[in-house]
Design a protein around this ligand. Structure first.
Ligand code: G3P
Ligand code: CA
Length: 234
């Protein structure tokens, strides 16, 4: 089962910072997931539109200039990274899941990522775009049909993974609270991969692996790997 570091290795370093990405790389995570907001013509790593939870700033990201946001402390003296810095940091170390939180200009994002990956020799197959905003995912697929997408849900829809199949997604990524065997089997039946977030409890990891889940998003990737290895040796 593929292990993504969730917001970087966010149990061990401030979420969505370069330190969290580097920690995930050091832990040999299979992939790293992080959250992206658009700020004017730039893209930054942050989970919330409001600054106060993860930085020493206040107000919304749109109320500050980029230079002001970049001077904030995102924890342990870390700054709010740009998407380019994140891609430079990860490079070819592992797979990259860019979760789109607040993106207004999808063509700009796709060009930004394409140009960055080109200059860093990161294959497009290393990038997975995901979002709870399925309209954004649809736009990505319209502009770049070969782009890999993961459709997020915090629910268990009546037709399970049907919405992800309609979007031509590779992954359906669902909240661990609502994932059951039926959901996993439905995704598989539709030819989709199943991802589950956020999974840090060994019992959940083992159960999801037994059900055939393809990927999990963990705040502590190393602990997750050890828990799975432990259960395999029992
Ligand atoms: O991509 C899975 C997960 O990160 C979605 O939820 O709130 O942690 O961004 P959230
Ligand atoms: Ca996320």
């Amino acid at each position: 089962m593929f292990i993504y570091a969730h917001r970087g290795a966010s149990a061990l370093a401030p979420e969505n910072t370069l330190l969290a990405l580097k920690t995930a790389i050091a832990q040999q995570a299979d992939g790293i997931e992080f959250d992206v907001f658009q700020h004017q013509n730039e893209f930054i790593l942050i989970h919330d539109r409001w600054l106060h939870r993860t930085t020493n700033g206040i107000g919304s990201i749109d109320s500050l200039l980029l230079e002001q946001i970049r001077k904030l402390d995102a924890g342990e003296g870390e700054t709010v990274p740009t998407l380019l810095e994140a891609l430079q940091c990860i490079g070819l170390s592992c797979q990259i899941n860019i979760e789109l939180k607040g993106v207004r200009d999808v063509p700009l994002l796709l060009k930004y990522v394409h140009d960055a990956c080109d200059s860093l020799s990161i294959p497009s197959s290393n990038i997975l775009y995901s979002s709870f905003d399925h309209h954004l995912l649809k736009t990505i697929k319209t502009i770049a049909p070969s782009a890999r997408i993961g459709a997020l849900t915090a629910n268990k829809p009546i037709d399970y993974a049907g919405f992800a199949e309609v979007l031509d997604a590779e992954f359906v990524n669902a909240d661990v609270t609502f994932v059951d065997k039926n959901f996993v089997y439905d995704a598989k039946r539709r030819g989709l991969k199943m991802g589950v977030y956020t999974v840090d409890q060994p019992e959940d990891l083992v159960r999801l692996k037994e059900w055939g889940v393809d990927a999990v998003f963990c705040n502590n990737p190393l602990n997750a790997r050890l828990a799975l290895a432990d259960s395999a040796s029992d």
